[in-house]
Design a protein around this ligand. Structure first.
Ligand SMILES: [Zn+2]
Length: 147
């Protein structure tokens, strides 16, 4: 594991810390904040949102990405995820797949509430994903469709 680097001065990390406070996690008590930076440079925060039907829970990362896409973004350049776990938490498999859709080259910061972060790339978190020209071209095609 990488040695965490303090990135509290990074607006992306601060946004994830801020949004974590809004997490709705009454079942697990595991609050997660996230923030993503879109291709425009704008930052979008998100938090986890649990549900009495546990399977309907939405992770903080996908919450933030949903907000970015709803605002018109089609590219994600950076992701920050914040928890208060003793060791920084990693995005789940579903979130990694969604990050891949919009951020093939994204940097992913996994941080604690003090802003100590480990940095990964999408490729490190999604090794051996379909990197064929056909898949890459299809992704570009669908993301560039008129809104
Ligand atoms: Zn997730």
């Amino acid at each position: 594991m990488n040695k965490p680097i303090n990135m509290i001065k990074d607006e992306l990390v601060r946004t994830a810390i801020e949004y974590r406070q809004n997490a709705y996690a009454p079942y697990s008590n595991f609050k997660v904040g996230a923030a993503v930076q879109g291709g425009s440079g704008k930052i979008y925060g998100g938090c986890n949102m649990e549900n009495a039907s546990y399977g309907l829970t939405i992770c903080a990362e996908r919450s933030a990405i949903t907000r970015a896409v709803a605002a018109g973004e089609r590219e994600i350049t950076r992701v920050a995820v914040v928890t208060e776990a003793a060791e920084v938490s990693m995005p789940c498999g579903a979130c990694r797949q969604v990050i891949l859709e919009f951020g093939r080259e994204a940097d992913i910061l996994c941080c604690d509430v003090e802003g100590n972060c480990n940095k990964y790339t999408t490729g490190e978190l999604m090794p051996n994903f379909d990197d064929s020209d056909a898949f890459r071209n299809k992704l570009e095609e669908v993301k560039n469709k008129p809104k």
